[in-house]
Design a protein around this ligand. Sequence first.
Ligand code: DQA
Length: 140
Amino acid sequence: MKILVLNGPNLNMLGIREPDIYGKRTYADLETYIHNAAEEFGAEVEIFQSNYEGELVTHIQNAYGKVDGIIINAAAYTHTSVAILDAIKAVAIPTIEVHLSDIQQRESFRHLSYISMVAQQTICGMGFEGYREAIRLLCM
Ligand code: DQA
């Protein structure tokens, strides 16, 4: 099972960014966590983070025919990006959406997720554990 994990804008600022919401662990900690979870389930993962919408779209397009599943935390693009939605639809790769925080319990502008329109499942508010759960679900 080959999995592409995509993380959107400002997630590279984990540890510094709003620690009361996102915690004190860093982005490097998240990468280590994801690699460990992948090993646990015998999956192969590539992790990519970008602050640019187009780079995320290109990564999704390049995954066509190469990966079995996508895990995406599109961060702020979750709430705005038809381009990312269309890219996931285009490649038709099983996709799980993850958010560290519970977007439904936050500001109303975070309640709309374009990614949810195509994702098999959305995991919110579980912190790093959400990525492990997404890997587990893709490996089932
Ligand atoms: C986030 C939630 C988004 O609303 C926000 O813009 C983020 C992170 C999360 O993981 O909780 O950047 O996707």
